[in-house]
Write a protein that binds this ligand. Structure first.
Ligand SMILES: [Fe+2]
Ligand SMILES: [Fe+2]
Ligand SMILES: [Fe+2]
Ligand SMILES: [Fe+2]
Length: 434
């Protein structure tokens, strides 16, 4: 039996107001929680923040008082959902531990979306961003080790590798050239629309988390590292949101937001093993089905449009989490030298083909005038410990170390793939002695 979100019945809005005791629940145990339960919790917080924020934007453009009242009612529910989800985070989970969770979301979610994206250009954009978040995970892992003595696998639980990728100091672009070609709302598939909205929500929340928490450490180099990576997340939000057709109406966007919430909660509910979280995903799925019904009624009434023509008649699974090591390794080895081409084509090129007047060079020079904090991170850990913390298949690490020695740019000239054999000893911990 297929699940058609437009036909399923949810919980009425008046029953969605919960007591403070139901809104604020007991947090999960950071020592016992499965890493993918944590990634779902991090992502769904981002989904709710976007759902809430978008409804404020809608209201500010909406002259219809009745619609504003409806939006206000739903928006409050989104806000209480956000509180429930985000506050499942235990107080003893440090900012850096949560940060590793955020980057694990970015890596494994983007890899999943890229493999389930029907639009080739959108997929290419996902793969491009994926490598950047993969490098953030590596840089933050060094800090988690230095500041808290944490093995990054305490958080990522061997499901995601910790390796240098396209170096963060190279992620800074002229923000104008981050802007991509948008899909055509009339022909793009619902999957593409939901995939992008899911990722935009995740990236936006990642940006906000760094912006709000990077100052909570006293170490200036770590604060600067958060500042540097926070700015890359701003570029990611700019890049991914620009894939969305700006001609979509507000009612259409409202429908897509509620549909994305239905799909993500459905996916979380289906995959969740943790009993406490599973109950939340199930209840919130029922909330969102009602939000979707209301959004459908609004677009039918105000635009005389059939919601099914926009979102289809079946569920989409935009946030299934599983280990993506092999996929990420192949993108890493084949695409680490990829760069935005900076032309009106909004395409991609490789580092060796960039001209001297590539717009991002000027930005990189200005930001990097006193050095890149993310590079200093690696100098600090090697000075302090004589080590670089990396985890992954030893063959891949060896290969990567060789490539780094030769200069990362040579990776582009040596395309190769990683075979399943390379992952045989994936569970082993590898610390590269320098
Ligand atoms: Fe919601
Ligand atoms: Fe990131
Ligand atoms: Fe990102
Ligand atoms: Fe909603």
């Amino acid at each position: 039996m297929t699940f058609n979100p437009l036909k399923e019945k949810g919980i009425s809005l008046d029953k969605q107001i919960r007591s403070w005791y139901k809104i604020v629940k007991r947090p999960f145990d950071k020592h016992k929680v499965d890493c993918y339960t944590r990634t779902r919790q991090i992502l769904m917080n981002g989904i709710e923040v976007e759902a809430w924020n978008f409804k404020h934007a809608f209201a500010r453009f909406c002259p219809d008082a009745d619609v504003c009242k409806t939006i206000a009612e739903i928006r409050r529910i989104e806000d209480t959902q956000q509180t429930t989800v985000n506050w499942m985070t235990p107080a003893e989970q440090s900012v850096l531990e949560t940060t590793l969770g955020y980057e694990q979301v970015a890596v494994d979610l983007t890899a999943w979306l890229a493999q389930n994206e029907p639009d080739e250009y959108v997929k290419e954009t996902f793969d491009f961003g994926l490598l950047e978040d993969f490098d953030h995970l590596y840089r933050y892992s060094q800090w988690a080790y230095m500041i808290h003595g944490i093995d990054p696998n305490d958080i990522v639980q061997h499901q995601t590798d910790i390796l240098v990728s396209r170096p963060t100091q190279n992620h800074h672009n002229d923000n104008k050239i981050r802007l991509r070609k948008h899909y055509d709302r009339k022909i793009a598939s619902p999957q593409t629309k939901v995939n992008i909205l899911t990722l935009v929500s995740g990236e936006q929340q990642t940006h906000n988390f760094y912006a709000e928490h990077g100052m909570m450490y006293g170490n200036d180099d770590l604060r600067r590292t958060y500042g540097e990576i926070c700015d890359v997340e701003e570029e990611h939000v700019s890049m991914y949101e620009s894939l969305i057709d700006p001609e979509e109406t507000m009612y259409e966007k409202l429908l897509l937001h509620e549909f994305t919430e239905v799909c993500t909660y459905y996916n979380c509910y289906k995959d969740e093993q943790d009993e406490q979280l599973k109950i939340i995903w199930e209840e919130f799925l029922a909330f969102e089905l009602e939000h979707l019904r209301i959004a459908s009624d609004l677009i039918k009434k105000h635009e005389k449009r059939d919601p099914e023509e926009i979102i289809g008649n079946e569920i989409i699974e935009p946030c299934h989490f599983e280990s993506q090591k092999e996929y990420v390794a192949n993108i890493l080895i084949n695409e680490v030298d990829k760069r935005l081409d900076g032309t009106d084509d909004k395409s991609y090129t490789t580092i060796d083909k960039l001209s001297d007047n590539w717009p991002s060079y000027e930005v990189q020079e200005k930001f990097g005038e006193d050095g890149a904090p993310t590079e200093k991170t690696i100098q600090l850990i090697t000075t302090a410990t004589g080590r670089d913390i990396v985890f992954g298949a030893s063959k891949l690490i060896k290969k990567q170390s060789e490539l780094i020695e030769r200069g990362l740019e040579e990776i582009a000239q040596a395309p190769d793939t990683v075979s399943a054999d390379d992952y045989k000893d994936m569970e082993s911990l590898d610390i590269v002695e320098l």
